[in-house]
Design a protein around this ligand. Sequence first.
Ligand code: COA
Length: 342
Amino acid sequence: MSERGAAGPGPAAMQVCRIMRPDDANVAGNVHGGTVLKMIEEAGAIISTRHCNCRAGEPCVAALARVERTDFLSPMCIGEVATVSAEITYTSKHSVEVQVSVLSENILTGAKKVANKATLWYVPLSLKNVNKVVEVPPMQYARKEQEDEGRKRYEEQKLDRLETKQRNGDVIFPVINPEPHTVGYSQSSLIHLVGPSDCTLLGFVHGGVTMKLMDEVAGIVAARHCKTNIVTASVDAINFHEKIKKGSVITVSGRMTFTSNKSMEIEVFVDADPFVDEPQERYRAVSAFFTYVSLSKEGKPLPVPQLLAETEDEKRRFEEGKGRYLQSKAKRQAQAQPAARQ
Ligand code: COA
């Protein structure tokens, strides 16, 4: 049993291992951030669905509602083994917090590195009625402070998602003959038909599948902009407000919003068109900011060409991106300082 506490009668922690293959990685052999996000989400979906069904009651499937901001701490390569560990750390009445870490291991040398740590929130939906949110069996905490800390994280994310709920109206239009390093030059889209293998038992898309497609588009935007090897450095908090049904066509679009000296911020939108036996119109299912870094052959971050923001909207988005960049940089530095003093 995990040290953090037992999540009701079901197991509170789980671990899965998988070797990284060429189709998990880019041409330079670095594993895609999207592959990591998909593995993380799969583990989270398993442990939270297991927990939500651990008592007799209405059978349900846990749907991904939110992923907190996550940093990719070290790159993983083809041939390394990823160990994904997931643990339930808090339950509210209708949601489950899962903390996941990904350890990469070189099985020839035994060297291990933490590749990623993420926090995800799942909401159980009834197997009989996809629109019905089911109650979560309360988790038992080993210590009172764990519950208090969990409640604090729950309140914080609730506040954050209320503030960001409406940031969704924008559309990306094609640009004719764009100049290099402008927004229009690197903006990219991908169209995907949602098939059964993309979906949960309830017939809507797994959050991990969506995040993988989003990372793919963001990676194309970054590579088009700087034309070097790029890797995902971080993803800002993502809220999944809308389900995407099997049979829908989704358009995933990305555009660059900001460049610092050595990083690029890309905004990604996912629009769903449920045109098969649904009169519903196309809608924005999710949006998020990805940050990419360009790496040299030795794996060192390289300077990136500066983004040429031309229109008033592009300039405004650039300034907003700069604000997010400065904020997350300050946070990282504050977190690194106590560790450096030890
Ligand atoms: N992040 C974390 N928790 C969330 C959330 C979010 N973005 N949105 C809702 N919740 C939690 C609420 O806090 C609440 O729990 P609580 O009562 O313990 O506080 C619970 O979900 C139900 O909230 P409610 O307001 O009744 O439901 P809703 O109408 O907001 O629906 C979802 C919530 C998650 C069911 C709905 O937004 C949804 O279907 N999203 C898409 C899920 C999905 O398809 N994921 C994969 C996308 S590719």
